[in-house]
Ligand binder design. Structure first.
Ligand SMILES: [Zn+2]
Length: 622
């Protein structure tokens, strides 16, 4: 790779005012000034009483139902405009006091808004379903609200009486105690060890430092990092066990009072995902453990170690190849990358790049990381901290995937169904990452650079497909233990974690050695407090890998066939917002997540990647 970054000093801390306008987002598209924002906020606040105008009257007529929903969604949209402006402005410089105050004011208005319309769902649920159906067929203007109405009615069997719901709502405030205690312990109070690395550098190993230094090239450093970090966690194994057990108890409480068969079912019901999808993922991964073991054998060979250990899993397979890009090059590459999605998609993306969607460069005080958000009727906004590395190019492709999903859904959907479900969100972003790495591979002849790109692709599949599913299996396992009435202690949790980890990594078959001390790894992972969240990382990547593969292959043949049904189906999903449930959206796009087919496509990609890496390695021997 010979592309080099030409803009001088990008990586250094820069003052925001010195950054050229074309690298900044344009919040002026939301409000021309802070004063205009304040005026809009005051006007919206004055409208709060309108939200309860039809209270107790939803069942009177289709007209009253319509008026209520219109008022609520109009308020919601105006509020989102205020919130996105305030939080984006605050992210430009997190030290600035005024934007932070605006953000808090928007949050406060959000709380008032939620309280003012908290009567709507319960009242809607209590209506006779046949009557609501008559309203829907008789009043065409209710069409945009159909999904909201049907979604509310779907919850009916698990909704309690008004008095019980009130108790449940108060109890749910206590639900987060376990996670909060864990958060404070893990982020602040736990006395993390300080160790000396082979470079002479001293590091305090908190979770962030651990994530960084477990990738150390020097093997002795990795060993030191693992034993120090897990040793510290081990001291708090019992405490961390209690915090997690408290969270599980809250999940079981919810499951019992709402009449679900399991905690898994109760959680997945929220997004209408069949529990079979979850179980399918676990079964598919188990069936595919030989592919993981093939990966581990390749890693062992590339690292040149005699025995592969769990401590060796995070050092990148291939040392970073020096690829650098400036933002203009990154934009150009992203557009070329997305060509298989067709002209309409890339032209919209180009327009977005040119018209204030993106805040590219890091500057003093700017929020770290990257995200994409948006305001209906305006456009998406994405924040980056672009430093010119390959990682940053990947992030641009990723966030642009979210932004285009937002843009297309906003364009095609009425506001009530414009936001897409979480279960499909990471499909659009990781789909673009997949196109990027394949585009880069198509352009790259150099074996070192190819190995690097293939290694990135492979490690992404390994950590997301296998590690996240390993987490998902553990999460299901400890919930089931609690459902069977078995005690959840730190020791029990470690035992379960070690058993699953050893299964996955082939400890007993001598594939990868998983030491006793690693049993406590679960203790620092905050996601176990999120109520069956992590499996979606795996399912999203399964879906996007499978979809991207189909669209890429179709694009290669388009000159001859002239047809693009796979692309069209995928773009239709991106335009569908939440007008349908996630599983149905994906099915129409071409992946049926209730079957193994998409998973098998992702595993095929993983194997094809390893085939090619092994070919390059074999060539080197001669
Ligand atoms: Zn994302």
């Amino acid at each position: 790779m010979t592309i080099t970054m030409t803009t001088a000093g990008l990586a250094e801390a820069t003052e925001r005012k010195d950054i050229p306008a074309q690298y900044k987002w344009n919040l002026g598209d939301l409000f021309p000034s802070d004063a205009a924002w304040t005026k809009a906020k005051d006007e919206l606040t004055a409208k709060l009483p309108e939200l309860s105008k039809h209270k107790g009257r939803l069942g009177k007529s289709a007209g009253e139902l319509l008026a209520t929903l219109q008022t609520m969604f109009d308020f919601d949209l105006a509020l989102s405009r205020l919130s996105v402006y305030a939080s984006s402005l605050s992210d430009e410089d997190v030290r600035a006091a005024r934007p932070r105050e605006m953000k808090q004011a928007a949050e406060e208005l959000g709380t008032q808004y939620a309280a003012a319309c908290s009567w709507i769902r319960p009242e809607l649920v209590a209506l006779d379903a046949a009557k609501v159906k008559r309203f829907l067929t008789g009043e065409p203007k209710l069409a945009p609200y159909r999904m909201y109405i049907e979604e509310t009615l779907r919850r009916k069997p698990h909704t309690l009486s008004a008095a019980e719901e009130k108790i449940a709502a108060e109890a749910s405030d206590m639900e987060h105690a376990g996670g909060e205690v864990h958060g404070i312990l893990a982020n602040a109070d736990l006395p993390y060890p300080t160790i000396k690395l082979s470079t002479g550098e001293s590091v305090r190993l908190d979770a962030a430092a651990f994530t960084l230094h477990r990738q150390a090239r020097n093997r002795a450093d990795r060993e030191r990092v693992f034993s120090a970090f897990f040793g510290a966690l081990k001291t708090y194994e019992r405490t961390m066990g209690s915090t997690l057990a408290a969270t599980v108890k809250a999940h079981l409480f919810d499951k019992r009072i709402r009449h679900f068969d399991s905690a898994l079912e109760a959680s997945l019901f929220q997004d209408n995902i069949p529990p079979a999808v979850y179980k399918q993922l676990l079964a598919d991964v188990h069936r595919s453990l030989p592919t993981l073991h093939r990966y581990l054998a390749l890693r062992k060979r590339m690292l040149g170690v005699d025995v592969l250990r769990y401590q060796d899993l995070y050092v990148p397979l291939v040392a970073n190849v020096d690829m650098k890009f400036d933002p203009d090059q990154a934009r150009a590459i992203t557009l070329e990358t997305l060509a298989p999605l067709g002209k309409e998609y890339t032209e919209a993306m180009r327009h977005g790049f040119d018209s204030g969607w993106t805040d590219y460069l890091p500057s003093t005080g700017k929020r770290s990381g990257a995200y994409s958000t948006g305001v209906y009727g305006v456009h998406p906004f994405q924040l980056l901290n672009f430093n010119g590395h390959y990682d940053d190019l990947t992030t641009l492709a990723h966030e642009s995937g979210h932004s285009m999903h937002t843009f297309l859904s906003y364009a095609a959907q009425p506001y009530p169904t414009a936001d897409y479900p979480i279960f499909v969100a990471e499909v659009a972003s990781t789909f673009n990452e997949n196109l990027l790495v394949h585009h880069m591979l198509d352009q790259t002849k150099d074996d070192d650079a190819r190995l690097f790109l293939l290694g990135t692709l492979l490690d992404g599949l390994r950590t997301t497909l296998f590690r996240q599913t390993q987490f998902a299996e553990f999460e299901l396992g400890f919930h089931e233990q609690a459902e069977r009435g078995e005690p959840l202690t730190g020791e029990n949790l470690s035992q379960l974690y070690l058993k699953i980890a050893r299964d996955y990594y082939g400890h007993d078959q001598g594939v990868c050695q998983v030491d006793e001390l690693l049993a406590v790894e679960w203790a620092y992972v905050p996601h176990f407090y999120y109520d069956f969240y992590v499996y979606q990382y795996a399912t999203s990547l399964v879906a996007s890998t499978s979809l991207a593969r189909a669209v890429r292959e179709e694009a290669k043949l388009v000159q001859t066939t002239g047809k693009t049904p796979r692309r069209d189906a995928y773009l239709k999903m991106l335009s569908s917002g939440s007008s349908r449930y996630a599983i149905d959206l994906l099915k129409d796009a071409g992946v049926d997540m209730t079957t193994s087919a998409p998973f098998d496509a992702a595993i095929a990609e993983m194997n094809a990647t390893m085939d090619e890496m092994e070919r390059i390695l074999a060539k080197r021997k001669h």
